[in-house]
Design a protein around this ligand. Structure first.
Ligand code: NCD
Ligand code: ZN
Length: 350
């Protein structure tokens, strides 16, 4: 069967290796959108206040579990928000107790709720040494925050100025470069043969910076790292469809209500959880690589994290355009769902 004849595809149940679920009413509104299709997700800790300790991660995990829809088969994999005060002993214990899967590094000021992040990387060195020793991955928001650096260059500069020196100092540390957006990051990951991988979002496989800025400003396409020019988007697609084990899905589905996004200083984040699998399947089909979708969405991530792939499967079927709500109601206002700008034909049927 050639690619064009494929109208039904069964893959292992996917996981989302970078997800924002928030808390309270927003958590209850968005959680079913992920649990419908995904088996596990790495849960981002950038709440207000952030999830910095093992005890806070347990409490947040319990709130997520309490909000699960009836019958959902979903495991939240918790992360700890790295600060300059993080206690290495607490990290060691949270990992050993199966509470925290990874630690998240936000350079201070890089993105939504990152004010408590790291300014002086030497201060977190003892935590990173412990993580290297116990094999606990560090998830990195890879952008410098220097206001003198152009926002479109912040990922590339981060690689040279922060990531390379850090990997030299702690070579045994497993690192995930989160939501990569540039050819530079793809090349850097491809050239590294140990302890480095990258997540790629759904939206960065679909939009470039013209989608945000040409023909009127589109706040619903604004996220961080900001989408780059088309050549970078193509590099991301090439990495995703390659089957290379170092690239896997992290949607970075990041819900903010419309009132929070549509204002003079709107929030960064794109909400892709409801239609991510339909979007991704379309991207892989257009590239003629449907058979690589499973590696990207369901196999490469668990392998890097040292976990087995999910036993369960999902089946996608091609047909008439998929309908999905343009917005989802929350107690705090409507939440706009990512619009890929083209019809989606693949729906999860099983
Ligand atoms: C994320 C959020 O809203 O929490 N926003 C985003 O634009 N991706 C934070 C992040 O992952 O940078
Ligand atoms: Zn994120």
């Amino acid at each position: 069967m050639t690619e064009t004849d494929i109208t039904r595809l069964t893959i292992r149940r996917p996981d989302d290796w970078h997800l924002h679920l928030r808390d309270g009413a927003m958590l209850r509104a968005v959680l079913p959108e992920t649990t419908r299709h995904f088996g596990r997700a790495i849960i981002m800790p950038n709440l207000v206040p952030p999830v910095v300790s093992g005890a806070q991660a347990v409490a947040y995990r319990d709130r997520i579990l309490a909000a699960l829809p009836a019958g959902a088969n979903f495991t939240p994999l918790m992360t700890l928000y790295l600060t300059e005060e993080t206690d290495p002993t607490d990290v060691r214990r949270a990992h050993a107790d199966g509470i925290a899967t990874a630690v998240k590094l936000y350079p201070a000021g890089a993105t939504t709720n990152s004010a408590s992040g790291v300014r002086d990387f030497d201060k977190v060195r003892p935590v990173l040494e412990v993580m290297a020793e116990i094999g606990m991955p560090l998830c990195v928001h890879g952008e410098v925050t220097d206001s003198a650096i152009d926002i479109f260059d912040r990922e590339a500069v981060f690689i040279d100025k922060v990531l390379k020196p850090l990997r030299k100092k702690v070579p045994d540390l497993k690192i995930v470069m989160e939501h990569v957006t540039t050819q530079n990051a793809v090349d850097y990951v491809r050239d590294s043969h140990k302890n480095l991988a990258a997540t790629i979002t759904t939206h960065h496989l679909i939009i470039n910076r013209n989608h945000i800025l040409a023909g009127g400003i589109k706040p619903h396409y604004y996220c961080l790292p900001v989408a780059k020019r088309e050549a970078h988007r193509i590099a991301l697609v090439q990495a995703a469809i390659s089957g290379d084990k170092r690239f896997f899905l992290g949607t970075d589905s990041a819900p903010h209500t419309d009132p929070a996004k549509l204002q003079p200083c709107g929030c960064a984040g794109i909400f892709t959880a409801p239609n991510t699998m339909s979007c991704l399947t379309e991207v892989f089909e257009v590239a003629g690589k449907l058979k690589k979708l499973e590696a990207f969405a369901s196999l490469n991530g668990p392998q890097f994290y040292g976990l087995p792939p999910n036993d369960a499967t999902i089946t996608l079927e091609k047909g008439a355009p998929v309908t999905y709500p343009a917005t989802i109601p929350t107690d705090d206002g409507p939440l706009t769902v990512f619009d890929p700008g083209f019809d989606l034909h693949w729906r999860v049927v099983d």
